[in-house]
Design a protein around this ligand. Structure first.
Ligand SMILES: [Mg+2]
Length: 246
């Protein structure tokens, strides 16, 4: 099935940015946005009645800067932030580590053999020097994580570590699909990277299609070789569906 056959007007289209719509650059800021991309996105947005979103690991502000003057629905930082079609920004994990860190440090203040490690993005409580406190440590961290939306607890060797686990591209796509104009549509997600696999799984579980750009193992049902081919196929899909004016 070609992209033109997959991409019906009743679809919701989710697109990764780097490596999918644009070639990967040596430096993240050095990405070049191909000239046809912005008019293409504008036409897709109209064709899908607004059911188009960018799903990226980048912050939304960076996506806006690359795609200006467009401001389309977007999920950034792998779903940690999401701007819906109405323009509202939803943040996961706004201050998640603050709460976990406070709980961990309070416990460590009572038990000096415990060690709190701030890994910038995750927070670990080590109890190697106090193995008898394992259950107390796990209970304390689990409670703090339960009270911090989007965090999950990892258990390692003599360590309990809180990290953002709720955020994923799959979750961001599901959140979009609960809202207009995405709700009720068949989702299509196009991405290139390992972090996009959650998105492929999500859309295919919901009856849609994942499209992998480039090489590498994937659960996606379809594959395209590179961003340039993707843009050409999207243009062809639009041309096939748009009535010609005589
Ligand atoms: Mg990518």
């Amino acid at each position: 099935m070609t992209l033109a056959e997959i991409l019906r007007p009743s679809c919701a289209l989710f697109l990764d940015f780097d490596g999918t719509m644009v070639d990967i650059a040596p430096q993240p800021h050095a990405v070049e946005v191909p000239e046809p991309l912005i008019p293409l996105l504008r036409a897709l947005h109209r064709y899908l009645d607004g059911a188009l979103a960018v799903i990226s690991g980048r912050p939304i502000a960076q996506l806006d800067a690359f795609l200006q003057p467009l401001q389309i629905p977007a999920a950034g930082v792998h779903g940690a932030e999401r701007r819906s079609a109405g323009g509202q920004v939803h943040l996961l994990d706004t201050h998640p580590l603050d709460h976990v860190e406070h709980a961990a440090r309070a416990l460590a203040a009572l038990h000096p053999r415990l060690l709190v490690e701030d890994k910038r993005g995750s927070l670990a409580l080590h109890y190697r020097q106090a193995p008898e406190l394992e259950q107390l440590c796990l209970d304390t961290m689990q409670k703090a994580v339960d009270e911090s939306p989007g965090m999950t607890l990892l258990r390692g060797k003599m360590v309990a570590e809180a990290k953002p686990g709720g955020a994923s591209k799959g979750r961001a796509i599901e959140d979009f699909l609960r809202e207009p104009p995405f709700a009720g549509r068949t989702p299509v997600f196009i991405g290139d990277d390992v972090t996009d696999e959650a998105g492929f799984s999500t859309v295919q579980r919901l009856g849609g299609t994942g499209v992998k750009v480039g090489e590498g193992a994937t659960v996606a049902a379809r594959r395209l070789p590179d961003p340039r081919t993707l843009l050409r196929e999207l243009e062809a899909a639009l041309a096939a569906r748009t009535p010609r004016t005589a």
